[in-house]
Design a binder for this molecule. Structure first.
Ligand code: ACO
Length: 311
């Protein structure tokens, strides 16, 4: 490392200023960011599938339009994030290859099935709610392009979270069968949503370095606790029960106590053995292959345009 570069990097981090694409950065910092941003981008793109399956079956034109817009937003989030990864020297085609070959991860949460329309509401409420808890602090992440992408993504996530909660409020005002659908979806999604925040702090190999570099601002457990505190009153207002017998308010700590997620399940799902992993990756692979002609046509068009300007 040339004289002073590491010191300048350390000072920028210490002053809470941003590292930008042209700045010198340690290779470990670059690799960690590419890993996290790529995983995040893949999550947005794979995350289109569980809800996308309900677009043709949405119960009204209004619900269909909302769901369409939401799933399109997720595609947009994936694209900003791939662009942020490209500012670090990653190649988007290569990242996609890694995803469909199972060499890069995406969030465990998208490997669970969406069995009823209530799942669309619960995904908005829990999954997008968890995404907000995790991602609002990432707006202050030390890497400029990632932090800036997060600002817009978080605004859209807030809309997604509200549409989910509003959908559930509507169902809870409906029939007994609709209320049962909501409770069933809550029961199935609660624990996987807590797992989204990652393994517990004593088993999170990347946290210490990522926090020292201010890529991550809070630990996995801290964000998980915040999510529980935020969600419990919302569940009460909605009139559903969160499926955790250990969940209760702890007056002394000023936070909720809650049970332990099944960490073996998280490990299995991350390793590819969740209920829908194979289906999700296969769908992504097919879409990529079927889109080859679009990429070829776009490249041919760009080459023609470039040749015309060069003339
Ligand atoms: N699903 C899949 N993989 C996970 C999950 C999860 N829920 N949680 C942790 N992992 C992986 C990590 O990527 C890491 O794998 P790797 O080292 O092989 O790359 C390993 O498990 C160990 O975890 P940590 O050391 O805790 O990893 P990290 O410090 O990266 O923290 C976290 C994980 C919290 C997910 C972090 O990467 C993060 O904040 N990412 C940005 C947000 C994000 O990706 N959200 C996606 C879902 S939200 C949405 O799209 C709506």
């Amino acid at each position: 490392v040339a004289d002073g570069l590491q010191e300048r990097f350390d000072a920028t981090i210490a002053r809470d200023q941003r590292i930008e694409p042209r700045d010198w950065m340690p290779e470990g910092y670059r690799a960690t960011l590419i890993r996290q941003i790529a995983q995040h981008a893949h999550s947005e793109i794979i995350g289109m599938q569980p809800e996308g399956e309900w677009i043709t079956r949405a119960p009204s034109l209004r619900r269909k339009a909302i769901l369409f817009a939401k799933v399109q937003d997720e595609a947009g989030h994936g694209l900003y994030l791939y662009s942020a990864a490209e500012t670090l020297g990653a190649d988007r085609a290569d990242l996609t290859e890694r995803l469909i070959e199972g060499r890069q991860k995406y969030s465990s949460i998208f490997n669970y099935p969406t069995l009823s329309f209530a799942d669309v509401g619960v995904i908005g409420w829990f999954v997008d709610g968890a995404a907000i808890c995790n991602q609002v602090p990432l707006c202050r992440s030390s890497y400029g392009p990632y932090a800036r992408a997060m600002v817009r993504i978080c605004k859209e996530e807030s809309f997604h979270q509200r549409q989910g909660y509003e959908l559930l409020m509507t169902m809870m005002r409906g029939t007994d069968a609709q209320r049962e659908m909501v409770q069933d979806a809550v029961n199935r999604w609660w624990w996987p949503s807590l797992m989204m925040f990652g393994p517990p702090d004593d088993n999170s190999p990347n946290s210490a370095r990522s926090m020292a570099w201010k890529i991550k601002r809070h630990s996995n457990d801290e964000l998980r606790r915040r999510f529980v505190d935020m969600t419990v009153p919302q569940a009460e207002k909605l009139g559903v029960t969160l499926p955790d017998p250990e969940l209760r308010w702890n007056e002394e700590r000023g936070h909720h106590d809650f049970g332990t997620p099944d960490w073996d399940e998280l490990t299995r799902v991350i390793q590819g053995d969740g209920p829908c992993n194979a289906r999700r990756v296969e769908r992504r692979r097919t879409a990529h292959e079927e889109g080859a002609w679009v990429r070829e046509a776009a490249l041919a068009h760009a080459a023609k345009q470039a040749a015309r300007t060069a003339r």
